[in-house]
Design a protein around this ligand. Sequence first.
Ligand SMILES: [Fe+2]
Length: 381
Amino acid sequence: MYKEKLSFNKNKKFVILQVSDAQDLQIVRRTLLKMLDKAYQAVKPDLVVLTGDNILGNHLNDAIFGTRQVVFDKKDTYNRMKKALTYILKPLDARKIPFAFIYGNHDDMNVFSKKEQAEIYKSYNYCVEFNETQPQLECDTYNIPIFSSDGSSIAYNLWMLDSAGNDENGENGFAYVSKETLDWYVQKSEELKRQNEGKPVDSLMFQHIPMPETLRLLKECDAGEPNSVKKDGKYYTLNPELASGILSEYPHVCQTSFGQFERIKEQGDVRAVVFGHDHTNCFEGTLDSINIIQTPCASFRCYGNDLRGVRVFELDENDTKHYNTYTLTYFDLCGRGPVSRLRHILDADERVKDKAVLLSATGIVLCGAASFYIAKKFKKH
Ligand SMILES: [Fe+2]
């Protein structure tokens, strides 16, 4: 585990790379690894945050093709989970990049508890310390202080909140941020404030599943309006007065709220709440001075679109009220050359038709070439 303090560098900068929904299996799509490697190289982050659905936990036991279950032994499932996580975590250790994690619904749809899974994360040298001491909270609910460049005080803070798991009726769902989590947040936020001469410590808050208030960024619109989505027979788009970006699916928000948004407003420390989970949305909005940020997925083994990529946050110790954020898509990172496009066709789930056309065309060309060769040989004889 990584136990050193995280701090702003001598230029008073701190860069966070968010990787969300990297969900893959024990045989990982190589294009994901290629894209992440390019991102680490290009961004040189001080911290990587994995914001849930880090593996496709509910499909670990599937056959190589399809979703037929072929593994029934718990030990075999564990080995598959460990291998799937290795692909995501080992490159971070190799590059000596500290990383932090929270879970998503896919991590949690698993025979292994969050704590059991956390043991695997913990075995990596650059895994930032998470919650192992407060049993009333999930292990992926914790905060990460970022110290000033001279190391003397906490200059910034990151909230990592669990939103994965079952819904309040015990059914597998998209869950919520628990009341206990919010009570802890308020208490910890107050503690940080006391240490900061009574001023709230500016923070980013990461959680997998969007807060219900995210829906307030939308407005009803006419059918077929660009950048609009349909829900229950009505059409919605981002309200340009509140948000900008791409809306490709109706946000799948937490089904229950214990007043998270109100409590954040009261504390006055959170500059932005950042989500994953909705793979094809990428936007930034503002509600009551709090930014709401949606990051698309990184995985290729899932529904997605050309937004697939990572998000960067650039923090400045001299101006902690603001930050700079932007996304880098697969094509930004890997280019739009023929090899990059080919990889995308072969690995991205939504390119299945293109892949079929490509493979059929390749098959026809190969058959044609073989027939030509055989015919030529036959003629000779
Ligand atoms: Fe999710």
